[in-house]
Ligand binder design. Structure first.
Ligand SMILES: Cc1cc2nc3c(=O)[nH]c(=O)nc-3n(C[C@H](O)[C@H](O)[C@H](O)COP(=O)(O)OP(=O)(O)OC[C@H]3O[C@@H](n4cnc5c(N)ncnc54)[C@H](O)[C@@H]3O)c2cc1C
Length: 318
């Protein structure tokens, strides 16, 4: 119950403008801003610096230039060009070339054909430079059209891309079969969005059961599976399943979010597994940040303390 209720509460909070204004004002302002735990910074150079630090710990990275729900073609075009910029800066740095992005950032809900074109522009620049592009999965209203767009791009011959599937959705087992038939790469997550009970499991035990089942299918038949979770029980299950089925650690990877369970990130690497850290950055960090709070309400206490400290300091320094 709490799982779904907490996601719902944070979804509502994200819509309240004064809360957004307050959080945006204080969240990233100082090096100690509370949002910096989950977000690497607002600029590409800050993200690259964070990526270097992550790679220095023996981990892999994927960079997400945050943005979603773009509502005009001009903004979708701007987001596409921003990705060109990000890729150029990544090429100029020595970090590895892996990007995650959302299709609504490239105009999916404005005009699907333009979104496909924008995605092609990104993929055409990415391929010669050796980038892998992962298409994140958004709320269930976008699941079908995201998968159709992915299939369209796949049928056009793009292979340096993968997609994300959410275990919480009832439909995912069929979607997994659909992507396995293509031979494309899947990142399996539990699902970060507040979804109605008509389309998704609402309670953690059921979501965990679904995740475990789908993960076993993916590990057995998938193309370089990405097991994206911070749940140690799922890590153990994946490791045991892989060992029993002769899947060596170079055939799959774990993925975790920047700022979440660094202890587990380090422990998996020390045991010889590939671990990729998802590094979000950019000015549009608020919705992503709220999803992270919704997953773990205990995070809220540290945010509230941090806002109060900031306000107190601001008042004293006036
Ligand atoms: C690399 C990566 C990419 C992702 N991409 C997508 C995507 O494209 N679409 C999508 O819907 N979702 C995505 N997610 C989010 C995912 O769906 C879950 O919402 C998120 O990972 C939390 O679930 P969990 O699997 O860690 O398990 P849970 O059962 O929720 O958590 C297990 C444990 O992890 C820790 N933990 C989990 N979340 C947090 C947090 N926010 N802060 C602190 N500790 C935490 C806690 O210790 C918790 O007990 C992604 C997750 C990862 C790791």
């Amino acid at each position: 119950m709490l799982d779904s209720a907490s996601k719902g509460l944070f979804h509502l909070l994200a819509l309240i403008t004064p809360f957004k204004t307050l959080a945006s004002r204080y969240g990233m302002r100082r090096p100690s801003g509370f949002a910096r735990r989950f977000i690497a910074g607002e600029s590409t150079s800050e993200a690259i610096e964070a990526a270097r630090a992550v790679e220095a710990r023996g981990l892999l990275i994927t960079l997400d230039h945050l943005g979603e729900s773009v509502d005009t073609l001009a903004r979708a075009d701007a987001a596409t060009r921003e990705y060109f910029e990000v890729m150029q800066q990544v090429v100029d740095s020595s970090i590895s070339r892996n990007i995650s992005l959302k299709l609504t950032q490239l105009g999916l809900t404005v005009d699907r054909a333009t979104c496909v074109d924008n995605m092609r522009r990104v993929l055409d620049r990415a391929e010669p430079a050796g980038f892998f592009i992962r298409i994140d999965m958004e709320g269930s209203a976008h699941t079908e059209v995201t998968l159709e767009t992915f299939e369209t791009l796949w049928n056009l011959g793009y292979r340096h891309m993968g997609v994300v599937l959410q275990a919480a959705l009832y439909r995912t087992e069929q979607d997994l079969e659909r992507i396995l038939r293509l031979g494309a790469r899947v990142r399996l997550v539990k699902g970060a969005y507040k979804e109605p009970r008509t389309v998704a499991h609402q309670h953690k035990p059921e979501i965990d059961d679904a995740y475990a089942r789908l993960m076993q299918i993916l590990l057995t038949r998938g193309e370089f599976p990405a097991i994206a979770t911070h749940d140690p029980a799922m890590h153990s299950l994946a490791i045991d399943w892989a060992a029993e089925h002769g899947l060596t650690p170079d055939k799959f990877e774990f993925q975790l979010l920047y700022g979440v369970r660094r202890d587990l990130q380090a422990s998996l690497v020390s045991r010889g597994y590939h671990v990729r850290v998802y590094i979000p950055f950019g000015r549009e960090w608020f919705p992503y940040f709220m999803r992270r709070l919704g997953e773990r309400p205990a995070n809220v206490a540290s945010v509230v303390t941090s806002i109060l400290d900031e306000r107190r300091n601001t008042i004293w320094n006036k």
